[in-house]
Write a protein that binds this ligand. Structure first.
Ligand code: SF4
Ligand code: SF4
Length: 96
């Protein structure tokens, strides 16, 4: 079985408590479905996570993404960005 741990290489969502310098410092993120939203996003005045951590995707509940296999992400890396007032996985690519 392929070993995958897709890193969250960049997150533009600077309003999230886990974000510092466009980097996610959560241990992992979950991406919700059916829309490719970062479920770990939290808007709070308190900082969250740890600067020594680089995040990766845990579960992804977006079955119509071509990188989704058994609710795990098989992309090498992902980017996250703003979509309105919430955060979206920008690496999402619809299955053909
Ligand atoms: S929005 Fe998601 S990917 Fe971005 S910093 Fe917050 S938890 Fe991490
Ligand atoms: S690239 Fe696709 S499978 Fe991976 S986290 Fe984003 S939406 Fe989910």
């Amino acid at each position: 079985m392929k070993c995958f741990k897709p890193e969250v290489v960049k997150c533009q969502v600077d309003g999230c408590s886990f974000n510092q310098d466009q980097t996610c410092h959560a241990l992992g993120i979950n991406v919700g479905g059916p829309h490719q939203e970062c479920d770990t996003f939290i808007k709070s005045s308190n900082k969250a996570g740890n600067d020594s951590i680089s995040s990766s995707v845990g579960a992804c509940k977006v079955p119509n993404c071509r990188f989704n296999n058994m609710m795990l992400c098989e992309a090498d890396k992902v980017n996250v960005g703003w979509h309105g007032e919430h955060a979206d996985c920008m690496t999402f690519s619809e299955k053909a």
